[in-house]
Design a protein around this ligand. Structure first.
Ligand code: RI2
Length: 312
């Protein structure tokens, strides 16, 4: 039986009390670390079984953010290798704890590095449009402000869960001039921005980017107005098994995120669709800012070069 902490973490990821592709991955790694510490196992088989079950509980929470399975894989692959080589319980426990801690530390450093590399893309005075809430994107704003750049932002509220409100508050606290807008106003204000800056939940090997629903429409508006679209994403958001964006699963969430329960009750004949992500084609993306460098088109080549260099 998994620990209460693991089950609670899985529930918080599923209901989005823990959200954001990086935070989800870090929380999963921390839950695996805690599970390894708590596991009472009389044999390596028993310990490996406990960790496999914990991994399974976490993996089934949210299907789109590939940061989650990548974090689990970062921990479980070395565990399985050591198990197959006959390692004992305490050695396996140390491997899980060590790899989980390493993943979280690497993730924090990667987000900081993205801030430094991404800030270079912003001019001394820049107007940026954002969508949803991305810690990698906020990291870029924070570094640009640290460098004394004058940044203002058109922050899309991002229905149905309004993550844009988090972005608006955080950017305002950084001294960014924030204009909060409804999602439908993206094209209306696009001629006033210098660039669009978004995060990512998964990036296919061809450079297709899965991100919060509405990202693709924002990129389309940017394309119409000739504005660049920058994506800020740690390399653990690269979906190594996804050749193109069509193989990235899109999470469909509850209609109750879109309308109140009485609306559903009073309108049984209406189907309420709530896809939580969409996929933006590589052609609409200017570059992908990662901790391993800024990737430029053709992304199939630059992503392959980066993952090879990183030894993924
Ligand atoms: P960071 C979020 O998804 C948004 O789509 C955001 O752009 C992406 O994760 C990456 O966020 P959700 O968890 O990892 O709000 O950059 O559904 O924080």
């Amino acid at each position: 039986m998994p620990s209460k902490f693991l089950l609670s973490t899985a529930e918080k990821i599923r209901d989005m009390r823990i959200r954001g592709a990086s935070k989800i991955a870090r929380a999963a790694a921390e839950a695996m670390m805690e599970e390894a510490s708590l596991a009472k196992a009389d044999s390596p088989e028993e310990f490996a079984g406990i960790m496999r079950y914990a991994a399974g509980c976490l993996l089934q929470t949210r299907p789109t953010a590939v940061s989650l399975p990548n974090a689990i894989e970062y921990i479980m692959a070395p565990l399985e290798k050591a198990f197959s080589q006959g390692s004992g319980v305490e050695e396996l426990r140390a491997i899980v704890r060590g790899r989980a801690k390493e993943f979280v530390e690497n993730s924090v450093q990667a987000t900081k590095k993205i801030g430094v590399l991404g800030a270079e893309l912003l001019g001394v005075k820049s107007v940026v449009m954002t969508h949803c809430h991305s810690t990698a994107v906020v990291s870029i704003f924070a570094e640009a402000r640290k460098q004394g750049k004058f940044i203002s932002a058109f922050v899309k509220e991002t229905r149905p869960r309004y993550q844009g409100h988090i972005t608006a508050r955080q950017l305002s606290e950084l001294g960014v001039k924030v204009n909060l807008i409804v999602d439908s106003a993206a094209l209306y204000y696009m001629d006033r921005v210098d660039a669009v800056l978004v995060g990512a939940d998964a990036i296919a090997m061809d450079g297709s980017v899965a991100n919060k629903i509405g990202t693709r429409l924002t990129a389309l508006a940017a394309a119409k107005m000739g504005k660049p679209v920058h994506v800020a994403a740690e390399t653990y958001k690269i979906a190594l098994k996804a050749k193109t964006g069509s193989s990235i699963p899109i999470e469909m969430r509850s209609p109750l995120e879109v309308v109140p329960e009485e609306f559903v009750r009073e309108n049984r004949g209406i189907e309420i669709l709530n896809p939580s992500f969409d996929v933006t084609e590589p052609e609409m993306i200017s570059d992908i800012v990662t901790e391993a460098g800024v990737l430029s088109p053709p992304f199939s080549a630059s992503i392959m070069e980066a993952v090879s260099r990183l030894g993924y």
